[in-house]
Design a protein around this ligand. Structure first.
Ligand SMILES: Cc1cc2nc3c(=O)[nH]c(=O)nc-3n(C[C@H](O)[C@H](O)[C@H](O)COP(=O)(O)OP(=O)(O)OC[C@H]3O[C@@H](n4cnc5c(N)ncnc54)[C@H](O)[C@@H]3O)c2cc1C
Length: 337
């Protein structure tokens, strides 16, 4: 069944800039719905560098990336934004009414007066291992993101990778799955030493299987994955039972479907004016890392500024008959919905 949301502003991308756009739109009484292909909000900050300190957010001499995202979530809460997470925006159609229809990969539909593209570097797509029959098992035992952890309960799970995701999910799923095997091509991990230590401890206690200097070389099964083939550094080969194979080799950003919505692009970024960060399609704005204009800097603070100016023009689209008066938050306060 179709899942349909009607809102004033549909924000594509729930990174820091998309989140702050909710605040600026909310001050002007516009409701927002955000869509992100990732299972969580926070964009690059939550996905790539959650524990790194950022030093150039005004008013914060240093703030951890994830903490900034938590603060933004708190700041926009009064405006009660709604979210569709874990779904990619595939299609944008302008309706005869002047509104936009936005359709996601899972067929969720959003109708909005204004679209704000805050898509950053584009969709993060998983780096896939080169296995002959990989596509056949995608969604049938091969998963690149872990969304619903319950599907792994009492099952045999093989995770591959050497970064934080592989380590963290090995630790987490060891308490849920029947058996977790972590396969890594090297004998040292890129992820946090503390997590690596815990993984070695679990393996030492016999609670998980750790296969170092090993690669997954094949997938076996009929309708669903049943086993994976392995090759070890000494040339020996083998196989293990696997209901699920989760390769966690990192994510690469790609502009993806945004390139097909009739927007003027320059080097995989959306061209905008610097008056209100509007694109060449009336009603569609682009803010944050995804846009380009002379002098553009891909910084969070620049995206925040762009969100503020975008909202002023979006207001006239959402409320064509209303007059906008500029008010300081110190004077007017923050009045949510
Ligand atoms: C290691 C590192 C360190 C950094 N340090 C700093 C720093 O110190 N200071 C600073 O100012 N900046 C820093 N940056 C840059 C900063 O992270 C970016 O400027 C910022 O993330 C841009 O925010 P954004 O909201 O525009 O995009 P993003 O954070 O990239 O978020 C965009 C979101 O859009 C989603 N998306 C894209 N396309 C679609 C689609 N079709 N459907 C659904 N969802 C979609 C993506 O999944 C993503 O979550 C750093 C970047 C990195 C990688």
């Amino acid at each position: 069944m179709e899942n349909k949301v009607i809102t004033d502003v549909c924000i594509i991308g729930a990174g820091p800039v998309g989140l702050f756009a909710v605040f600026e739109a909310g001050l002007l009484k516009m409701r927002c719905h955000l869509i992100d292909v990732l299972p969580q909000v926070g964009g690059q900050l939550s996905e790539i560098y959650p524990q790194k300190p950022i030093y150039d957010i005004p008013g914060f001499p240093a703030i951890n990336a994830q903490e900034l995202i938590e603060n933004l979530k708190e700041q926009i809460a009064p405006f009660r934004p709604t979210f569709t997470l874990g779904e990619k925006v595939e299609e944008v159609i302008k309706l005869e009414t002047g509104e936009f229809l936005i359709r996601t990969s899972e067929n969720s539909i959003v109708e909005a007066r204004v679209i704000v593209i805050a898509g950053g570097l584009g969709c993060f797509e998983p780096r896939k291992p080169e296995l002959k029959n990989l596509a056949r098992f995608e969604g049938r035992g091969v998963n690149y993101f872990i969304r619903n952890t319950e599907i792994y309960r009492d099952r045999h799970v093989v995770i591959a990778g050497g970064g934080d995701s592989a380590l963290d999910w090995t630790l987490f799923l060891s308490g849920i799955a029947e058996r977790v095997t972590l396969v890594h091509r090297s004998d040292s991990f890129r992820g946090a030493p503390d997590s690596a230590g815990k993984v070695f401890d679990l393996a030492g206690e016999g609670k998980i299987d750790l296969l170092l200097r090993t690669n997954v070389t094949g997938l076996v099964g009929e309708d669903h994955l049943e086993a994976v083939r392995l090759e070890h550094a000494d040339g020996s080969a083998g196989g293990i039972k696997a209901d699920f194979f989760i390769p966690l080799f990192g994510l690469t950003p790609r502009l993806g479907p945004i390139a097909e919505w009739g927007l003027n692009l320059h080097h995989a970024a959306i061209e905008v004016n610097t008056f209100d960060y509007a694109t060449n399609v009336p009603g569609i704005f682009a803010i944050g890392d995804i846009n380009t204009y002379p002098g553009k800097l891909k910084l969070i603070l620049c995206g925040f500024h762009e969100a503020a100016l975008m909202a002023q023009s979006a207001f006239h689209i959402v409320y064509p008959d209303k007059k906008r008066t500029f008010k300081y938050t110190t004077v007017y306060g923050v009045h949510g919905f």
